[in-house]
Write a protein that binds this ligand. Structure first.
Ligand code: HEC
Length: 286
């Protein structure tokens, strides 16, 4: 009892402080705690201060109490018990003080072990009532009105998350991979692709795509598969080992690879100055 009330006071204070910080500095998706380490520092500082005050005030109270004469001490205790929390505490326990236990002792006596006929503590009984109320509410919501089961809730959340991800991917250009890449047709993308091709690829593929160390990119034959998805993958991962086509994923961003892949596909059907013999199979888009 002596420690419980100060503890509750500190806890109450901490909860209020926490929510105040959230309201002032938090955002929907992030606790102010995570966002500003300073908030955490101040919060714990306040909690420690509150504990410190409780300890000092408690110590002072004990000193004053001990210095009182017996009569004053009794009055002080009566006053404390008379406080709101004091009354609530006694009421919630509803237990007989040791002096009155005589009144509720049962006449069972087993080898000197006796039994007290205590009432159920009201705090426990209230929790029990609360659980009954909860059960009724729960039963009504899920059994009568057919509320979503956890599986359905999960599926709904996943569906929503997928929508959100798709939405987000639209704005995140570099998230394209071989499964989502599409042939770019914007002049600006093709121009950027041409730049990348000129800087990185002409040494082996020639500016007109006719091929030298690398294969001819203008014919419809592909060693590693044609079409935007395969070409994208080839540029990302490189060609077969030892052939000379290195992976470009560390040098170019996915968005740049999509641009250069689209540019490369623009060679299809053109006639280069010195075409290399066709290699690989004719690629037919499915
Ligand atoms: C060092 C020389 C070299 C460079 C630089 C190079 N490539 Fe290649 N490339 C090759 C070789 C060799 C192959 C054949 C790989 C194989 O046979 O597995 C190839 C294959 C390819 C293919 C697949 C062709 C097919 O028939 O399947 C594509 C597409 C391609 N390169 C695009 C590029 C692009 C785009 C760049 C610039 C970012 C580039 N290459 C830079 C040597 C090169």
């Amino acid at each position: 009892m002596k420690l419980l009330i100060p503890f509750l006071r500190v806890l109450f204070f901490a909860i209020i402080a926490f929510f105040l910080f959230e309201v002032i500095a938090g955002t929907d998706d992030q606790f102010s705690f995570e966002k500003y380490p300073m908030v955490q520092t101040i919060f714990w500082g306040l909690v420690i201060l509150a504990i410190f005050i409780e300890v000092v005030v408690g110590a002072l109270k004990t000193r004053v109490f001990n210095s009182l004469n017996e009569k004053a001490q009794e009055r002080f205790e009566a006053y404390e018990d008379d406080s709101y929390f004091g009354k609530l505490y006694t009421k919630m326990l509803d237990s007989k003080p040791i002096e009155q236990e005589e009144e509720i002792v049962l006449d069972h006596n087993y080898d000197g072990i006796k039994e007290l006929d205590n009432t159920l503590p009201p705090w426990w009984v209230y929790l029990f009532y609360a659980s009954i109320f909860f059960a009724v509410f729960y039963l009504a919501k899920y059994e009568i009105f057919d509320g979503d089961s956890t599986t359905v809730e999960y599926e709904k959340e996943v569906a929503q998350a997928e929508i959100d991800i798709a939405e987000w991917k639209k704005t995140a250009k570099d998230l394209i991979d071989a499964s989502s890449v599409e042939l770019l047709t914007e002049a600006s993308d093709l121009e950027a692709g041409k730049q990348i091709f000129t800087t990185n690829c002409v040494v082996c593929h020639k500016a007109d795509g006719g091929g030298s160390i690398g294969p001819n990119l203008t014919d419809e034959n592909w060693i590693l598969g044609g079409g935007i998805k395969n070409v994208f993958t080839t540029i990302i991962e490189g060609g077969r080992p030892g052939k000379g086509m290195v992976p470009w994923k560390n040098d170019l961003k996915p968005s740049e690879i999509a641009q250069v892949a689209s540019y490369v596909l623009g060679f299809q059907g053109t006639t280069p100055a010195a075409p290399k013999v066709a290699e690989g199979d004719v690629w037919v888009e499915e």
